[in-house]
Design a protein around this ligand. Structure first.
Ligand SMILES: [Zn+2]
Length: 223
């Protein structure tokens, strides 16, 4: 990797890649208040259980967004530049800054034999050469966001790896950093493969009564 100077991010090399250290930004806390917070925007995007049931649907849905492996691959140092650019961007900081303020992210320059890029826990990403492209960078970064959120907010519901919250954040990042055309591609993919990313619709009282009655009838009918 050639030497690169990245503002607001300290880069240290380690055996298999680099460690990025993101410094504090003045925007890091600005939307985390009770009335309008990133968490507020996400809290009704919970899933039904622990099982990562949307994973393969999400892979199908993003398929058209991802360039062919031999084509358009970025170099590893471009991946680092892109991550720094996104994470230090003001829009990103206003939404997710608190999750990245004065934190480190280890990014592995993986071998070509590894057949996927991945995120591990809150602070590690791994990119083999054929998986160095913007949609995959945003996908893996979304995993880091979702994982870090669980340390900032007390999750009362289930949020799975590729669940509603993941799908929503990923789509937001694609819209912001890949433009409206790609946003439309991913959104259509979600629709085609039935990937859920919207808020759950709150049940009204009348609604709930109907559901209860239906449930009661089912029990009676099954006896
Ligand atoms: Zn994933």
């Amino acid at each position: 990797m050639r030497e690169v100077i990245i503002p607001k991010t300290a880069i240290t090399r380690y055996g298999k890649g680099v460690i990025m250290h993101f410094v504090k930004s003045k925007y890091d806390n600005c939307t985390w208040n009770k009335n309008f917070s990133t968490w507020h925007m996400l809290r009704n995007r919970y899933d039904n259980g622990h099982r990562d049931s949307q994973r393969s649907k999400l892979y199908e849905a993003e398929h058209d967004l991802i360039p062919p492996a031999d084509d358009n691959s970025l170099e590893f140092h471009d991946v680092i530049l892109k991550l720094a650019e996104v994470v230090n961007d003001t829009w990103f900081r206003k939404k997710f800054g608190r999750l990245f303020s004065d934190t480190e992210l280890k990014v592995e320059d993986a071998s070509a034999r590894q057949d996927m890029a991945y995120a591990l826990g809150t602070d590690k990403l791994s990119f083999p050469p054929h998986f160095c492209n913007l949609p995959i960078i945003l996908h893996e970064l979304t995993h880091i966001i979702v994982d870090r959120l669980s340390f900032v907010v007390h999750f009362r519901k289930k949020y799975t790896c590729h669940g509603r919250m993941f799908a929503f954040i990923y789509l937001e990042l694609v819209k912001k950093y890949m433009g409206s055309e790609n946003y439309t591609i991913l959104k259509s993919g979600y629709k085609e493969f039935n990937v859920k990313y919207h808020n759950r619709i709150p049940q009204t009282h009348a609604n709930k009564r109907v559901l209860r009655e239906r449930f009661a009838n089912n029990i009676l009918n099954n006896k």
